[in-house]
Write a new protein. Structure first.
Length: 217
């Protein structure tokens, strides 16, 4: 099975009627459309090996479906990117510099003694802003899971900007609490321990009573 979507040529598609997209051929007295094929083909030997050929006849089932009406309902998607206040990226900085190019030319025309003694302004961008901790970044730029606030090998998950801990659990113990700080025992294991302890005490009491009765006799 193979699916292929053809591209539009002169307002139509190559699978349209040959009288529309094709040229008239005097040899056959018919219209021939544009030839089309794929880069990968299957060999005759492979067709026989896969039992695609029946009595050396190759049968192809072709199903055409017209989806050109989707071109009329296509909605152009325009990507919108929101940039928070206070963060200037390289592309935006270049755009701002182009907008204020007249102001820069005016500053260059001023006497040079006005700029003496003032340190040069470093270009700010995402690459040379330094570590994240050195700047007063907004809260939504910080990862609440770095460092991991969860204890006892808990997994931190960022839920709407808040750190939420997913505590680990084993066959005998599990951790609870906001930071997985409390360790608890499974009810089945706790019941097994209580039952085993009670059984040992009862067995010990029975053995002691039997030995005391045998000694009195």
């Amino acid at each position: 099975s193979r699916s292929h979507t053809s591209s539009a040529i002169n307002g139509s598609v190559i699978w349209d009627r040959p009288s529309i997209v094709g040229n008239y051929d005097n040899d056959c007295g018919c219209f021939r459309s544009i030839d089309w094929g794929w880069s990968n083909v299957i060999s005759h030997q492979m067709l026989k090996r896969k039992s695609f050929l029946k009595n050396d006849d190759l049968i192809l089932f072709v199903d055409f479906e017209d989806i050109t009406y989707l071109n009329q309902t296509e909605v152009p998607a325009q990507g919108t990117r929101l940039s928070p206040q206070g963060l200037v990226l390289q592309d935006q900085e270049q755009q701002i510099s182009e907008e204020y190019s007249g102001k820069v030319l005016l500053e260059k025309a001023l006497p040079g003694n006005l700029d003496q003694g003032q340190p040069g302004r470093q270009k700010r961008s995402v690459e040379n802003t330094g570590p994240l901790e050195d700047h007063n970044w907004p809260q939504y730029f910080r990862d609440p899971c770095d460092p991991n606030p969860c204890q006892n090998e808990g997994i931190c998950v960022n839920v709407k900007g808040m750190a939420s801990c997913r505590c680990v659990s084993s066959h005998a113990f599990f951790y609870t609490g906001e930071r997985c700080q409390a360790m608890q025992v499974h009810g089945s294991v706790l019941g097994l321990l209580i039952g085993g302890t009670a059984g040992v005490i009862f067995l010990t009491f029975t053995i002691i009573s039997m030995l005391s009765q045998r000694a009195s006799q």
